[in-house]
Write a protein that binds this ligand. Structure first.
Ligand SMILES: Cc1cc2nc3c(=O)[nH]c(=O)nc-3n(C[C@H](O)[C@H](O)[C@H](O)COP(=O)(O)OP(=O)(O)OC[C@H]3O[C@@H](n4cnc5c(N)ncnc54)[C@H](O)[C@@H]3O)c2cc1C
Ligand code: FES
Length: 350
């Protein structure tokens, strides 16, 4: 057994043999940032100040040569090979939110866009509700032991209601089931809450939100939270999609603009033939064109990995401090990633 020490807070926790730093931290009630848990998105990045780690599960694909040269490690994959001293961000607000598994019933299923289904779930009779923060996600637990993460699109509700926005993926096991055979009244076993993509309220900085496709789901929950709080901080919301009809809740975003004078909404369409008069281009480029200096902002982004990767690099180059960038990248689940790596296919060729 090894001990991990976090330099900034001085907190320490033990790590059992074969356990990752993230798993051990969660067992000890220490909230470190993470999203995909597959070693791809990089949101669990920390700096190793002393000690040695190994990567027996997945290689640290979320670290580039520059990060590796600066002793970065990925906490969701790093297994200590000695005691460690780490420089890592802590997300205190998620610390007290206990994770649990419950059965939920599909109350409503509706089509949001050509390839996006909305699901409204309620806790099954006798089940407690999931306590959670806006922006977190849950895992749907599949019969074969696999899991699929989905962001929760509504802010926490007294009756435990959960809204999901599920995009159909070609060849995808669970999303094909959602499209084809999942019915109202069916039960899904879920575990949550998960993730650290949550509102940061200890800041007065203006906020930029950038969503790609169903990446709108957690951003909807966080924006609704800030609206309910009556925030006076300015909000610029960018939502990118391939076509105008893929912006499946555009009326809601336009409603927020009418409600809040300091909220701006920017729709950005990547296929000029499908733009229906809206702004065209890549959504992260629209953010950068409007905000060439991001040094004074908080930026939240969520959606497909290529968008998150491009935004990550572009926003840091525009002066955004890495500590003010919060994101969820909709990476493939760890089991899919493992088979893709075993088959040597490119994981970002999608
Ligand atoms: C934090 C987080 C939040 C997310 N939130 C959302 C959300 O709110 N909404 C949403 O729509 N999605 C979300 N996702 C993505 C979601 O979890 C699933 O990855 C996605 O829905 C696909 O699931 P699936 O079971 O249908 O597909 P899978 O069965 O996982 O397959 C995915 C793709 O991989 C291919 N594939 C599978 N196995 C192999 C193999 N061995 N070799 C090559 N290719 C293979 C399949 O053909 C398919 O194209 C999120 C992901 C993360 C990490
Ligand atoms: S790389 Fe560790 S959570 Fe994504």
């Amino acid at each position: 057994m090894f001990t991990v020490t976090l330099k900034s807070s001085g907190r320490q926790f033990p790590v059992n043999a074969g356990e990752t730093v993230l798993e051990a931290a969660q067992r000890a009630g220490v909230a470190l940032p993470y999203s995909c848990r597959s070693g791809v998105c990089g949101s669990c990045k920390a700096i190793l100040l002393r000690g040695r780690c190994e990567y027996p599960r997945h290689p640290p694909l979320g670290l580039d040569a520059h990060a590796l040269a600066h002793h970065a490690v990925l906490l969701c994959q790093a297994v200590p090979a000695s005691d460690l001293l780490l420089e890592a961000r802590e997300v205190a607000s998620v610390e007290d939110v206990a994770r649990r598994q419950i059965n939920m019933v599909v109350e409503h299923k509706w089509r949001l866009a050509r390839d996006v289904i909305g699901l409204h779930l309620l806790p099954d009779e006798g089940e407690p509700r999931l306590l959670r923060l806006p922006g977190q996600y849950l895992d749907v637990l599949l019969e074969d032991g696999k899991r699929r993460p989905y962001s929760i699109a509504n802010s926490p509700q007294a009756d435990g209601a959960i809204e999901l926005h599920v995009r159909h993926v070609n060849g995808g096991g669970f999303t094909s089931r959602v499209s084809d055979s999942l019915r109202v009244g069916d039960r899904l076993r879920v575990e949550g809450p998960l993730g650290t993509f949550v509102p940061r309220e200890d800041s007065e900085r203006p906020m930029i939100f950038m969503a790609g496709g169903t990446g709108f789901a957690p951003i909807k929950a966080i924006v609704e939270h800030f609206i309910a709080l009556g925030t006076r901080r300015s909000i610029d919301l960018y939502w990118g999609a391939r076509s105008a009809s893929d912006l499946y809740m555009r009326e809601l975003a336009e409603h927020w603009v009418r409600e809040l004078p300091h909220l701006q909404f920017h729709a950005v369409i990547s296929d000029p033939d499908q733009a229906a008069g809206l702004r065209t281009g890549l959504v992260h480029q629209a953010v950068l064109a409007d905000h060439p200096d991001l040094s004074g902002h908080d930026l939240y982004m969520s959606g497909p990995p290529p968008m998150v990767d491009a935004g990550h690099q572009g926003f840091l180059d525009a002066g955004l401090p890495e500590d003010h960038l919060y994101y969820d990248s909709f990476e493939y689940a760890p089991d899919v990633l493992a088979s893709i790596i075993a088959g040597r296919a490119g994981i970002h060729d999608r």
